[in-house]
Design a protein around this ligand. Structure first.
Ligand code: PLP
Length: 431
């Protein structure tokens, strides 16, 4: 039998750099041939060889209902019939902004954009414009999209300004980005002590899904909030991944359970709010958001922003995840997967740890959960790669890199979880 995935990959590579339109899809970290997907339904994907996979990527987060939910499909079809794009305001944009504000009250006002990158980049510009300050804090291992100022890693030594992580980003462009270690309170305090009056924003993934799955500790998050307030910097939550994913109220509602009255000043969202369509948002306090054009001096715009088909998809998705019990069931299903994987690893004598919140999870070939990027990177990559390919061969599709989170959808049944754990038992036994 010819391998159509391999044929398509060869063809793709002649016309698309690396054969893919987003690097992680190329399987570079794990090796092998990426699967070209032809269709998806519920918890499953099918590739070009018509092989079926249980999907734990969910388009990197958006597909929280599973693929092709009939009510979402219907809403999108109805929207398409009315028109693809108008370049003028629509009622659905108001409805979506109102829904976001109702579910995440810290977003008093919202602006819709088309990607998480765009939302993060705009939030930084707005924070700088609103505070009149140049510097931002980010944490090693957090990803906020590929805006120039955010493609940066820590230099040597404590609390240094970063180095670009991509060619094409001049060092001057990242000279105002401070890169700190995640969960390191002492370093955070030192950075504010030294640069406090210059810091416009502290941007953080509250549960970091771009270094697999690492929670900001409650004391660390409390200190982030206190220091931002003390120094007049804006606390910006990047909830592109966690928003409407770890809980209906996002990661901010998870931290508010532990820190009374906790709220970020601004929030960046994406992924689930578009339900699989290009849609993202940023929002926050009215006084800050009113600095945006056309009201204020901070420019930001988009031809397809608030696209009518994307807003229909997002609204239909939000309506379904708002139903009572949705997140309880999703969280229980995700927890069953994570607990089952831990039990199988223990049975096989493989060092392993895993965690989840709502419908998002991560696992590590490490005996204990890591607290920061350096610890994540001590994870056994060779072992992860063998596990990944063993699972893929058995029809289970986890993210093809050890620093990516995983996602369970409402369409994942008990039988899907059981089948995943059976496959894991066979694969772990060979590690
Ligand atoms: C995915 C992601 C982004 C970037 O979103 P895109 O839509 O891919 O541009 C930003 N921040 C976080 C936390 C993400 O997970």
């Amino acid at each position: 039998m010819t391998d159509r995935n391999a044929t398509l990959f060869e063809r793709a590579k002649t016309v698309i750099p690396g054969g893919v339109n987003s690097p992680v899809r190329a399987f570079k970290a794990v090796g092998g041939t990426p699967r070209f997907i032809t269709r998806a339904q519920g918890a499953y994907l099918w590739d070009a060889n018509d092989q079926r996979y249980i999907d734990y990527i969910g388009s990197w987060g958006p597909m929280i209902l599973g693929h092709g939910h009939p009510e979402v499909v219907q809403a999108v079809q109805a929207a398409i019939a009315e028109g693809f794009s108008f370049g003028a305001p629509t009622e659905r944009e108001i409805e979506l902004a109102e829904a976001i504000r109702r579910l995440l009250p810290s977003l008093e006002m919202v602006r819709l954009v088309s990607s998480g990158t765009e939302a993060g980049m705009s939030a930084i510009r707005l924070a700088r414009g609103a505070t009149g300050r140049p510097k931002i804090i980010k944490f090693e291992g957090c990803y906020h999209g590929h805006a120039d100022a955010l493609l940066v890693k820590a230099g040597s030594g404590l609390a240094t300004f970063g180095h670009p992580t991509s060619a094409g980003v001049p060092p001057e462009v990242v000279q105002h980005t401070l890169v700190l270690e995640y969960n390191n309170i002492a370093q955070l305090e030192a950075a504010f002590a030294e640069h406090g009056e210059q810091i416009a924003a502290l941007m953080i993934e509250p549960i970091a899904g771009n270094m697999n799955f690492v929670r900001a500790s409650v004391p660390f998050m409390r200190r982030c909030r206190e220091l931002c307030t003390e120094h007049g910097a804006l606390l910006v939550f990047d909830e592109v991944m966690t928003g409407f994913r770890v809980a209906l109220g996002g990661a901010q509602s998870v931290y508010a359970r532990h820190i009374p009255g906790f709220e970020p000043d601004m929030t960046v969202m994406g992924k689930v709010i578009g339900g699989g369509m290009p849609l993202a948002a940023f929002g926050g306090k009215r006084a800050v958001m009113e600095q945006l054009a056309p009201l204020g001096p901070v420019y930001q715009a988009g031809t397809l922003s608030g696209n009518p088909v994307a807003t229909a998809c997002g609204l239909a998705t939000l309506r379904l995840i708002e139903q009572p019990g949705f997140f309880d069931r999703l969280a229980a299903q995700t927890r069953a997967l994570v607990d089952g994987l831990c039990a199988e690893a223990q049975r096989a004598g493989v060092p392993f740890s895993a965690d989840s919140e709502g419908g998002m999870f991560g696992f590590f070939f490490l005996p204990e959960l890591p607290q920061n990027y350096a610890q994540v990177m001590t994870s056994d990559a060779a072992r992860f790669n063998r596990f990944f390919h063993g699972m893929l061969e058995r029809g289970v599709y986890f993210a093809p890199a050890l620093y990516e989170a995983g996602f369970v959808s409402a369409a994942h049944s008990d039988a899907d979880i059981d089948a995943t754990l059976q496959a894991a038992r066979a694969v772990l036994a060979q590690l």
